[in-house]
Design a protein around this ligand. Structure first.
Ligand code: NDP
Length: 254
């Protein structure tokens, strides 16, 4: 693929944590171990995305910034369609933006349920629907949805979050079946416990407990997830579709 036809990736939740690591990995030049993609960096505030764009460009990579609330369906669809229009293609979609609003099920409010389903699940559907035509026309597409082991084995206090993440699995498998013959793959990467802002408030005792539950005796790093996404979104992964890749240090082995 030539420089002018560089593959374009759209990564949500790019400002920090796992999304930042994914964006960096995909955008780094190939000679520096990256994917050599142009990455459209998406999250709500432009500031942190501009910082990331600068650091990617300083390493010789290519990125652009798109401030968008993925909970706003119209804005998200317009953002995806804008990328297709401006860049003439969209090759990789990584639905990574996610939030938690934890509560025991009996205490969970409608607002806590709706917000998590909207940001963590509905946004993925909206972005996939907005991307699919361009990917089918290209006869190439890589969709990677970031779920969670909570969506596979459940987690007390996370009815909304686990339902959204389990929903991503069903969505992904269906998309894989609908679009596979057009060269478009869809997979889930399901992280276990990864050290980011999302998990920073947990007490050290909980982190130690989780660490001891893994086969690797450690918590995950954002780069562990980025490595799996790099493969699932690569040209080489054309025969990998409808899969759930758990990256959890062997915690669940599911
Ligand atoms: P962080 O809380 O560190 O980062 C979340 C990212 O999502 C930020 O970039 C944030 O940007 C963005 N985001 C949140 N809400 C919106 C929104 N409405 N619109 C656009 N962007 C939004 O989370 P992690 O990096 O830890 O998690 C990334 C993904 O991995 C999530 O889907 C999460 O559920 C999943 N995951 C994480 C695990 C972990 O242990 N950390 C375990 C399993 C799954 P901003 O606030 O600037 O908009």
């Amino acid at each position: 693929m030539t420089e002018t036809a560089m593959r374009v990736a759209f990564v949500t939740g790019a400002s920090r944590g796992i999304g930042r690591a994914i964006s960096t990995r995909l955008a780094m030049p190939v000679e520096k171990g990256g994917g050599g993609r142009h990455v459209v960096l998406v999250s709500r505030s432009a500031g942190p995305l501009e910082d990331l764009r600068s650091s990617i460009e300083a390493e010789g990579g290519s990125a652009s910034v798109c401030a968008c609330d993925v909970g706003d369906r119209a804005a998200l669809a317009a953002a995806v369609e804008g990328v297709v229009k401006e860049r003439g293609r969209l090759d990789i979609l990584v639905n990574n933006a996610g939030i938690t609003r934890d509560n025991l099920m009996l205490r969970m409010s409608d607002a806590e349920w709706d917000e998590v389903i909207g940001v963590n699940l509905t946004s993925a559907f909206v972005a996939i629907r907005a991307s699919a035509r361009a990917m089918m026309k290209q006869r190439f597409g890589r969709i990677v949805n970031i779920a969670s082991t909570s969506g596979i084995v459940g987690n007390a206090g996370q009815a909304n979050y686990a339902a959204a993440k389990a929903g991503l699995v069903g969505l992904t498998k269906t998309i894989a079946r609908e679009l596979g013959s057009k060269g478009v793959t869809a997979n889930v990467v399901a992280p276990g416990f990864i050290e980011t802002d999302m998990t920073s408030n947990l007490p050290p005792s909980v982190k130690e407990q989780v660490s001891s539950m893994t086969a690797t005796s450690r918590l995950g790093k954002p780069e562990d997830i980025a490595a799996a996404v790099a493969y699932a979104s690569s040209d080489d992964a054309g025969f990998l579709t409808g899969q759930v890749i758990c990256v959890d240090g062997g915690m669940t082995m599911c």
